[in-house]
Design a protein around this ligand. Structure first.
Ligand code: MN
Length: 456
């Protein structure tokens, strides 16, 4: 089956151009001006932008955490992703405590297989470190898992500086990469205890117990450990100017590193935690939302190429689940939905607002994730030979984001009422129309992405 996208403007990280795109089966077969293909079905893209399908390299679907399970599993999460222009997600597989990485990988395959509507890969979480786990790393790479996650906070997840340092060295040897959650656990524990002792138990205590400098300390420590191992590393969900100062320092000493941020750190502010009626709980995530000046620093970092990717950290909980923290802010499950709204938000507040170019949008949503996570050559660009993952974007018109219009399994939206510019007209997954004007085709099926090593 062939589809010919005519008269659209193709937007890639390395440039935009008005060109036709001929799709044959699952792949982009040919690009050029005025392609004729009598047997192809024609999609007229006059006045529309064609972006490569977005990749979300930071999702948490069907994750048991904080004595509950995230509201979105692979079925609802991946459908929300597709509807939001994301054709591939990389989710964080995590072994149960004491189990092997292999068991963790098989567990995540069971969660995703037959349920995911978009394509999917897995990072592997290293929440334990010993000779057995070290010995398992090559088998992970052989099964398409080329990136790993470590935590410098959360008692259940953190493995300590020695283990992080050793793991960075081992991953470097294998050509793999680690993404690391950077916050200082000791500072957070002490400040959390102090807020509780003072009887300050509401969501407003959440950002005060996780200050920007506690993140910056951990970013700086991670980058120094990575420097000593000459290991590339990703500072995930970077939220603040203080952390960016550590990034600048590391680059000034010649270090190669990658920075991810998320829409919530670009668009939402810590004052939301003080909203009445426990409404602040719906914004609880870690790191927490920061100040307007942090947002400005992140936008500047995106435009300047200091930040390589924008992923969502989609980790959704219903308001009822958030209620677990009434009376104790430290028990509010941490995480926000985001996978469904990232594209339109970044287009609107980035491109339409003049903060970043549309090519930069294609770079931070698609190309850089594909390169960093071993998908380049198949994903990340509209190019001959690549998968036909396409977002057909209509830059005209305006609408507002409402939870009621979203299909993620959450009863609120952190961006409720945010106006956005333009809209996603269609989403194509490997040559198949997956979404049209917000309607998801029911029979769309994603496949597992066996990922290569990162392109560093
Ligand atoms: Mn996360």
């Amino acid at each position: 089956m062939k589809t010919l996208f005519k008269n659209g403007t193709v937007v890639n990280a390395d440039g935009s151009c008005r060109t036709d795109v001929l799709v044959c089966g699952e792949k982009i077969q040919l690009m050029g001006a005025h392609i004729d293909s009598p047997e192809a079905k024609v999609v007229d893209c006059e006045g529309l932008l064609l972006f490569p399908g977005a990749i979300d390299a930071h999702t948490h679907f069907d994750l048991d955490v904080a004595n509950t399970t995230t509201a979105d599993d692979f079925a609802s999460g991946s459908r929300a992703a597709l509807r939001g222009g994301t054709t591939a997600v990389i989710d964080f597989a995590c072994p149960n405590k004491g189990e092997t990485l292999q068991q963790g990988l098989e567990l995540w395959h069971r969660k995703a297989e037959g349920r995911a509507a978009c394509d999917y890969g897995f990072h592997m979480t290293l929440d334990d470190w010993n000779e057995g786990i070290r010995a398992e790393l090559p088998a992970m790479l052989a099964q398409g898992v080329s990136s790993f996650k470590m935590y410098l906070t959360y008692p259940a997840m953190m493995i300590g500086d020695r283990a992080v340092f050793e793991a960075l060295g081992e991953l470097k040897k294998l050509g793999a990469i680690a993404g690391v959650h950077c916050e200082n656990a000791g500072i957070i524990d002490a400040l959390t205890a102090a807020r509780k002792a003072a009887g300050e138990l509401g969501p407003a205590s959440h950002p005060l117990s996780r200050p920007a400098l506690a993140e910056a300390e951990a970013v700086g420590r991670l980058l120094k450990m990575a420097c000593l191992q000459d290991a590339p590393v990703v500072a995930v969900h970077t939220s603040c100017a203080a952390a960016m100062a550590e990034v600048e320092a590391a680059r000034a000493r010649g270090q190669k590193l990658f920075v991810e941020t998320c829409p919530q750190y670009l668009l939402l502010e810590d004052r939301y935690y003080s909203l009445p009626d426990f409404e602040g709980a719906r914004y609880v995530c870690a790191p927490p939302l920061r100040k307007p000046r942090d947002q400005a620093r992140l936008w500047r970092g995106l435009a300047a190429g200091e930040i390589q990717t924008v992923n969502t950290d989609h980790c959704s909980f219903s308001l009822k689940q958030k209620d677990a923290g009434r009376g104790d802010f430290s028990k509010i499950p941490g995480g926000l939905p985001g996978v469904e709204t990232r594209f339109e938000l970044l287009y609107s507040y980035g491109v339409a607002a003049g903060r970043i170019s549309r090519e930069k949008l294609a770079e931070v949503l698609s190309a850089n994730n594909a390169k960093l996570y071993g998908l380049w050559g198949r994903k990340g660009a509209i190019r001959e030979g690549f998968d036909a993952d396409l977002v057909v974007y209509d830059p005209r018109g305006e609408h507002a984001i409402h939870a009621a219009d979203c299909i993620a399994n959450v009863d609120y939206n952190p961006y409720e009422g945010f106006p956005v510019n333009g809209s996603i007209r269609q989403v194509w997954l490997r040559g198949t129309l997956a979404v049209e004007n917000g309607e998801l085709r029911p029979d769309i099926a994603g496949q597992y992405l066996h990922r290569a090593l990162p392109m560093l």
